[in-house]
Design a protein. Structure first.
Lengths: 323, 323
DNA sequence: GTGAAAGCGCTAACAT
DNA sequence: ATGTTAGCGCTTTCAC
């Protein structure tokens, strides 16, 4: 910048004014400075600018996999862009240690706020940062140990949608295979599913299979559901990874057992049959996260809010197989 | 930091030493400072640190879709992490304007280097940054207008692999549907495919269909291939989006025409038949990109290198259908 | 409308 | 082994 000032024969401050679009600079001077900037290929140093001005205009997103399909992240990115905010994403890889590393690295960069898909069990470490003005929004799962704005899917409603859809077609023995119950969504969905079974008066024995998403575990759960005198005629899965692993494990049998998956996924329409799913409102979740974020920045003392986003059923064939 | 120094009753510089793990601080003192840091919840300001020290330890990745499955990005991220570098990814959405915005924003943050999946036609604007020390590595497609280190897939070899596989099974009439030839990979792959046809003495008329990936265009290309007295019995696609759209367009006919896709994609094994593909060496590409990046940083004046990464055939069924 | 000085939070280069 | 001084590149404050 000092070079630009020398080149244009003005004071440092005047260059700064032009760079920031300050109108209080004479037209001729401004033009001369702009030419000097181009000639020197000058780019303002964002770090120095942020350091001095305090704000960063940047929001960090700590999500499970930066490199996976992540519709919520995309919605966050698009919404933020429209507001002139920059989104910087980091992967947590479902690892509490990496989550904390990512979040801390965001704090060290003094981001205005972070949007986080929580994994770890305790997020107490965020409290000091929140106290000093960091805006935090959790999505998909609630953060624990701190009170922050949160956007969640209607897990219970989604399971009821899936279960009801299958029951309406006459299925009586409906099984569930989903995520580990130590994970919030896994717990919520398994619990909601048990309630559905109870409500229809079906015994729970061996019908609900939460656990880690591993081929062996999924295969065993499937075997258990299909064994015995009264095998399950329909299956509800707890997230898109469960759905895919169940289809993989079913192999050629996919299509003979009814299946409704939680979470939509790419190519769900290309499988045969197409996969009927309960889709989460990804765009709505992303949009809401940014909205909560901005409200928090505008009014830091505002009471914490939790928003629940509805799910919808998308029928494609696999959920419309008769008992 | 000044607060920490006061709290511990030492000079600023000593706190800085402890934060940076400088060994030249007495054990007792270091411990006292660490306690003060914890008590105050102090986090060093990364911006100030970078501003002063010059280095950022950060590498920017400008890729097509941050939120899509992107195996190369994942490999880049993992490799970089192992080296203590931070990767910050931004989406270009295949838009030259956004690409330039993303890259410029990285320059303003004074990143040590950028890894870019080029879209735009002219990357001359990078020259001044390169001259002032920015390390740039292109992957998937070469950058134009500047000379930078590059990692590419063996597009020609991949097409030959796909074509040869189908020809070996007796297919004579093999068609191609792929990306627009204005895109580098689209051009390379279509050209390689034409050469394959010529070599086997088959007329090219109506067998090669490059163009935008849109359902209408793909459907028309497919109709053209299957029309006439001698319809194509096998199809090679030019990238994973083409593959998916072709399968979608084939509908129930998928499985009657042989198909080999360029690019592997998630769930390719779950379709029926499974999709035979020519897979790119994503991990290898990512690893190589970081390697070139580091070599460039170590030796800025080194001549520019281009590395070609091999492809492999993965047979899953769709490519093993008889003529 | 423009310029000079001060300082954001930190580290490099010297003292001591 | 610890403290002092200077300054990274910019914006803010206040004077002209």
């Amino acid at each position: 910048m000092v070079d630009v000032a020398r080149e244009a024969g003005v004071a440092l401050r005047t260059v700064s004014r032009v760079v920031n679009g300050d109108a209080t600079v004479g037209d001729k001077l401004a033009e001369r400075i702009r030419q000097a900037i181009d000639r020197l290929g000058y780019q303002p140093d964002e770090r120095a600018r942020q350091l001095r001005s305090g704000r960063t205009g940047t929001i960090g997103a700590a999500v499970r996999h930066i490199a996976d399909a992540h519709p919520v992240l995309r919605a966050v990115d698009e919404t933020a862009r429209g507001l002139g905010l920059t989104v910087v994403a980091m992967s947590t890889e479902d690892d509490p240690v990496r989550e904390r590393e990512a979040v801390m690295s965001m704090c060290r960069r003094r981001m205005d706020g972070i949007i986080i898909e929580p994994i770890a069990d305790g997020h107490q470490y965020l409290q000091p940062e929140i106290d000093s003005g960091l805006a935090v929004v959790a999505f998909d799962r609630p953060a624990t140990g701190v009170s922050v704005d949160t956007v969640l899917s209607d897990n219970r409603g989604g399971i009821e949608l899936a279960f009801g859809h299958l029951a309406a077609q006459g299925h009586r023995r409906i099984g569930y295979i989903g995520d580990d119950e130590r994970i919030h969504t896994g717990q919520q969905r398994a619990a909601a599913f048990r309630d559905c079974l109870r409500r229809t008066g079906v015994a729970l024995d061996g019908m609900v299979h939460p656990g880690p998403i591993e081929p062996g575990r999924i295969g065993a759960a499937l075997d258990a559901l299909r064994a015995g005198p009264e095998p399950a005629t329909a299956i509800v899965t707890g997230n898109h990874m469960s759905t895919i692993e169940v289809i993989r494990a079913l192999g050629p049998d996919f299509g003979s057992t009814a299946l409704v998956g939680f979470d939509d996924f790419g190519l769900a329409d290309l499988l045969r049959p197409g996969v009927t799913v309960v889709a989460q409102g990804d765009r709505e979740i992303g949009r809401t996260a940014i909205e909560l974020f901005r409200e928090r920045l505008a009014e830091p003392a505002r009471p914490v809010r939790t928003v629940i986003v509805a799910t919808t059923l998308i029928t494609r064939g696999s959920g419309e197989i008769a008992p």
